[in-house]
Design a protein around this ligand. Structure first.
Ligand SMILES: Nc1ncnc2c1ncn2[C@@H]1O[C@H](COP(=O)(O)OP(=O)(O)OP(=O)(O)O)[C@@H](O)[C@H]1O
Ligand SMILES: [Mg+2]
Length: 234
């Protein structure tokens, strides 16, 4: 079953056509990489999909619902890591998670347990009492990932999740993404780095589950006279 459907999505900012008739679908319980160079429109696609910005035409559905519809954001369990994860800088890591958990309607005891789990999973327990303003870029990225998975969403959308991470942390993130997939979560992520068979095994036996969109049939690429190498496709 398709968990994410994007059909003929068109989004312009004034005269700038950021997304020009993009189509993609993501099957439930699979990982889909949205790969493209800077300015290709990846964040715009994601923000349109999540109902954060309006779009001109086309169709965007998460679990059969357009997130622009009233109540959809509340009803659907979607986790989101923005490209620039922004937290209130004066809060501690733990407080940031508490606020976000309450905002997503998590019950108190469950929130407490989940905060312990995600701090441990992301390896950031030692920063629990440190203010966000004093965290490194990579740790903020991990906090962003922690808040995205805190409420155990069935659909997880990650905009450039690896951007500020060192190689060991990238490996850890990929492992976590695969584990989430194995437990049934649908994951859409963006990256400007083409996945290689070594990093994502896209040409090996996991290609059914870890799939990459090259957008090579979309005008996003054509506009920049770029053609994606065939090895980027699965
Ligand atoms: N708020 C905005 N107002 C005007 N133009 C915008 C806005 N946001 C994005 N754009 C433009 O839309 C195009 C796509 O931008 P977008 O941020 O979606 O690309 P991206 O693929 O996410 O890039 P990156 O890899 O740098 O994150 C670019 O030309 C960008 O300048
Ligand atoms: Mg972007």
């Amino acid at each position: 079953m398709e968990s994410i459907i994007i059909e003929n999505l068109v989004k312009s900012y004034g005269p700038t056509v950021a997304v020009d008739h993009v189509n993609l679908t993501v099957e439930e319980g699979t990982v889909f990489g949205l790969i493209g160079p800077n300015g290709a429109g990846k964040s715009t696609i994601i923000r349109s999909l999540l109902g954060l910005i309006p779009y001109q035409s086309g169709k965007v559905l998460v679990s059969g619902t357009d997130m622009h519809d009233a109540n959809a954001q509340r009803k659907l369990k979607v986790g989101y890591l923005p490209q620039k994860a922004a937290f209130q800088e004066w809060r501690t890591t733990e407080q940031a998670l508490q606020i976000l958990g309450r905002l997503s309607g998590m019950e108190r005891d469950r929130l407490k347990n989940r905060i312990e789990e995600v701090l441990e999973q992301l390896g950031i327990e030692e920063y629990r009492d440190r203010k966000v303003s004093k965290l490194s870029g990579g740790t903020i990225q991990k906090l962003g990932f922690a808040q995205a998975i805190l409420h155990e969403p069935s659909v997880l959308v990650l905009d450039e999740p690896m951007a500020s991470l060192d190689p060991a942390s990238r490996f850890q993130f990929k492992k976590m993404i695969k584990e989430l997939r194995d437990s049934g979560t649908t994951v859409l992520f963006s990256s400007h780095i083409p996945p290689t068979s070594r990093t994502w095994s896209i040409r090996s036996d996991s290609c059914r589950a870890v799939r990459s969109a090259t957008l090579d049939r979309s005008a996003v690429w054509k506009r920049r006279s770029l053609s994606a190498p065939s090895s980027w496709s699965s």
